[in-house]
Design a protein around this ligand. Structure first.
Ligand SMILES: Nc1nc2c(c(=O)[nH]1)N[C@H]1C(S)=C(S)[C@@H](COP(=O)(O)O)O[C@H]1N2
Ligand SMILES: [Mo]
Length: 162
């Protein structure tokens, strides 16, 4: 729990978990995402932040908003307002991690376009495509927060700093 850099346990292939400071830890297989409200993304150019390298154009994803899944798992409410100090760490099967803050997801337009995608161009994504794929459609350079083989979303509450 004290170490963010945990490589997610290899759950069932293609499954990912919401763990950490949620009310109800959850586990999903890709096809189970279909029961939630879905969102269509706009096609975009995948471009690396570090090198600015153009990787490829990505066709329209369909998926579920990360906020929908977080709400399903339930935000922490032990301490009044602590949900606003929560950060969500998305972990790939290889240990690659990216961060999201509660404010960013729930209190800025960025959150409306953070999806766990299960379809691309009308076709179901599979393990070969790197599914499940978490991506943030409003990012200026989308490759870093385009996480292939998403394994885990870990909720962590930051302590107040004196
Ligand atoms: N699981 C995982 N996803 C990842 C990364 C990674 O190392 N692991 N690297 C990111 C970065 S920095 C880039 S540039 C792209 C590279 O995309 P590609 O491997 O499809 O070319 O993947 C992104 N998603
Ligand atoms: Mo990158």
């Amino acid at each position: 729990m004290d170490n963010v850099n945990v490589i997610a346990a290899p759950a069932v292939d293609g499954a990912f978990v919401l763990s950490g400071r949620f009310q109800r830890p959850l586990s999903f297989r890709l096809e189970q995402l279909r029961r939630f409200e879905s969102v269509m993304a706009t096609p975009f150019d995948l471009r690396c932040y570090t090198t600015n390298r153009f990787i490829r154009t990505v066709d329209a994803y369909r998926g579920v908003r990360l906020t929908t899944l977080i709400t399903e798992a339930g935000l922490p409410n032990d301490v009044p307002g602590e949900f606003k100090r929560t950060v969500f760490v998305a972990v790939g099967g290889d240990g690659y991690i990216v961060t999201f803050s509660w404010h960013e997801l729930f209190n800025t337009p960025v959150g409306e376009n953070v999806l766990v995608a299960y379809e691309c161009g009308g076709r179901m994504l599979d393990a070969q495509d790197g599914a499940p794929i978490l991506f943030s459609g409003s990012d200026i350079l989308p490759a870093p927060r385009h996480v292939k083989r998403l394994a885990r979303i870990e909720a962590r509450v930051l302590a107040p700093l004196a």
